[in-house]
Ligand binder design. Structure first.
Ligand code: FEO
Length: 166
């Protein structure tokens, strides 16, 4: 049986992952609207990845005999000042998610919930990857600056992102 406090926190995290998916889908639409199909492709894959994270937690709660209580998902931001500003938001968002995952891990330790500790270890590693990826693109966008030709080159690079949803 799953601890009730952990169950509640996992349900909140399911919502956070679906909210992330929705945010990235909104960013994909923004990228399409400014003719950056490579960035849009990257965001679409990110949307799939976040959906997979939410479903992983959803399945985990069910496998533990817990109760799923889906929460409302807020309307995401739909427009951004620039691709650079948008990626600053991606990085800040991932840092926030990392904090939530760490809190969930700390709660599972406090409640002696060993299976959730193991599950959270996967998410902790995943967040290292997420922050590294977003941070790397923020750095590249700093180099791009105001150069539209450099932005188009980066867009082409972003368009070949192959990462599978995990
Ligand atoms: Fe599911 Fe980007 O963290």
């Amino acid at each position: 049986m799953i601890n009730k406090n952990v169950e509640e926190a996992l349900n909140v995290q399911v919502q956070a992952e679906f909210s992330s998916a929705y945010l990235y889908l909104s960013m994909a639409a923004y990228c399409e609207s400014i003719s950056l199909p490579g960035f849009a492709h990257w965001m679409r894959l990110q949307h799939e990845e976040e959906t997979a994270h939410a479903l992983r937690l959803f399945n985990f709660v069910i496998d533990r005999g817990g109760h799923i209580d889906l929460r409302a998902i807020e309307k995401p931001v739909g427009s951004f000042e620039s691709p650079h500003k948008m990626f600053d938001e991606v990085l800040a968002h991932e840092q926030l998610i990392t904090e939530k995952i760490h809190n969930l891990y700390a709660l599972s330790v406090k409640e002696n919930d060993y299976p959730t500790q193991v599950e959270m270890q996967w998410f902790i590693s995943e967040q290292v990857e997420e922050e590294k990826n977003a941070g790397g693109i923020v750095e590249q966008l700093k180099f791009v600056g105001d150069s539209s030709s450099a932005l188009l080159m980066l867009d082409r690079e972003m368009g070949v992102r192959l990462t599978e949803a995990k």
